[in-house]
Design a protein around this ligand. Structure first.
Ligand code: GDP
Length: 468
């Protein structure tokens, strides 16, 4: 579920333009490059406010409302003075409607406090929208690390939105923010959970999250959903998920970023994880579906990777074929309540599969080593909340063992190094593609490779030489 934005733009003639979108950056670019929808004198020049909504309906309703607002009320909104907005609403129209369509609590607020002048803005005939004023990174970092509950929540949402932006200036601010937050992160336990749609991930995470909060933890849930980047829709986000957990003040849930490659989505989730850790969430759960390569990405950013399975034979074979079983530190067979016998059989099968893979030394065999973690298989019922405590006992045992033998630290170091190289690879590729000389030669070179007149390896060398 990616957020929908309602935004207000200041126009050249001093009026405001209201709109809504689920792709804020792309829409701002459209406003910048197109004249459709307004005259040259009314052309929008500056983004002055934006708020986030969880549904298009909510965003649309709010957009419709602010279109009918007085200038004073819009300016109160831009200034972040929600009380004044409400006072003005009370004097003019029913407050109830306004409350209903208010941006999601904790997510949206006036982003930028900038004075708005009613007189026309000076500028060229087709001025570029100026860069909106953003909250100073230092203040944002401070609110994340030590803010009270609500400002902290808002700051986390703002930070993650900033980190998800693809604009170069946002990226620079995002990097600054991450550097400021890094010393405060790293103390949480990072738990990856994967499984096919319908296996019961959200049911389980809701039960686990509430169980952990009850034990005094603060829980953040992030998702990596590769489907959302391909179709714009989301396997994980198309239903009401984790109803109780999502409204709990000790929990923070963020849906998958929904643009970019899997690598890009994983990068943003990884960064969101650091933000949540800096905000003292001590358990971070990263959830993903069992499609594509997302399991590898998630196991590459977490301390422990849990694979959820259904209690029917055959599923484990699929996981083995895809190489996912090798990633699992713990296999959970869910829905054990439906057919306990099937669940027991599945447990035995998966345990023997793990042995075949050499991942689970038999306690009685010589190569079994008590100082090393051997992936376990447990069964539970997320729906009935049965087995959640046994699950957490396994996770705690894993954590203690891996901390003691140094594996946890080694894993994080390896992940950080691998991550750095992955981003270098991705960055180089991107720079290569936009390099002027490479671009000029690329089409022709590709055609020659396709026509069989130039060996692919020679073509690659020639293009790389141009890049150098
Ligand atoms: P997800 O797609 O992996 O997030 O799966 P959901 O958590 O949405 O669960 C899919 C369906 O399975 C829902 O109807 C759940 O109520 C049901 N479900 C989840 N866990 C259990 C369980 O332990 N036992 C039973 N009987 N049903 C479950």
């Amino acid at each position: 579920m990616k957020p929908f934005h309602v935004y207000l733009l200041l126009c050249r003639d001093g009026t405001y333009y209201a709109g809504h979108t689920d792709e804020l950056d792309a829409r701002m670019l459209q406003h910048q490059t197109s004249d459709t929808g307004y005259t040259a004198t009314r052309k929008p020049v500056q983004l002055v406010w934006q708020g986030e909504f969880e549904s298009r309906e909510g965003a649309l309703a709010f957009e419709q409302q602010i279109k009918g607002w007085s200038r004073a009320k819009m300016e109160a909104l831009i200034a972040g003075d929600w009380e004044r907005v409400q006072t003005l609403a009370r004097s003019k129209q029913g407050l109830d409607g306004l409350r209903q369509a208010q941006p999601e609590r904790g997510i949206a607020q006036a982003e930028r406090k900038i004075p708005v002048r009613p007189e026309p803005v000076e500028g060229p005939a087709h001025p570029e929208p100026t860069t909106p004023v953003r909250p100073p990174v230092e203040g944002l970092a401070h609110q994340i690390v030590s803010g009270a509950a609500m400002p902290q929540r808002r700051a986390i949402a703002k930070a993650i939105t900033l980190l998800e932006s693809t604009r170069a200036d946002h990226r620079a601010q995002g990097d600054e923010l991450l550097t400021a937050l890094l010393p405060h992160s790293g103390h949480a336990f990072r738990l990856g959970i994967s499984g096919v749609p319908g296996v019961g991930k959200s049911t389980f995470i809701e039960a686990l999250g509430l169980y952990l909060i009850d034990k005094g933890h603060r829980v953040a849930v992030l998702t990596v959903d590769p489907s959302s980047t391909v179709s714009g829709g989301s396997i994980l986000g198309d239903k009401t998920r984790m109803e109780k957990l999502s409204v709990h003040e000790q929990a923070y849930i963020r849906p998958s970023p929904s643009s970019g490659t899997l690598g890009g989505v994983a990068e943003k989730t990884r960064e969101a994880m650091l933000v949540c850790e800096a905000a003292s969430y001590d358990i971070v759960i990263v959830e993903t579906v069992g499609v594509g390569q997302s399991e590898t990405a998630v196991s590459g950013m977490t301390d422990m990777f849990v694979l959820m399975q259904l209690p029917n034979a055959g599923d484990d074979l699929q996981a083995i074929k895809k190489g996912v079983m090798e990633l699992a530190d713990l296999v959970v067979i869910n829905k054990a309540d439906i057919d306990p016998d099937a669940a027991t059989r599945a447990r035995a099968q998966i345990t023997s599969s793990l042995r075949l893979l050499g991942l689970q030394g038999h306690p009685e065999h010589a190569h079994h080593n008590d100082a090393v973690w051997h992936p376990q298989v447990i069964q539970l019922s997320a729906l009935l909340g049965r087995g959640v405590d046994a699950f957490w006992a396994e996770v705690s045992r894993f954590r203690t063992l891996q901390t003691g033998n140094g594996q946890l630290n080694t894993r994080r170091q390896q992940q950080a190094r691998a991550w750095m190289w992955e981003r270098i690879d991705a960055g180089l590729k991107q720079r290569f593609r936009v390099h002027p000389q490479v671009r000029a030669a690329l089409d022709d070179t590709t055609q020659r490779v396709l026509a069989g007149t130039l060996p692919a390896s020679t073509a690659a060398r020639q293009l790389l030489d141009l890049f150098d």
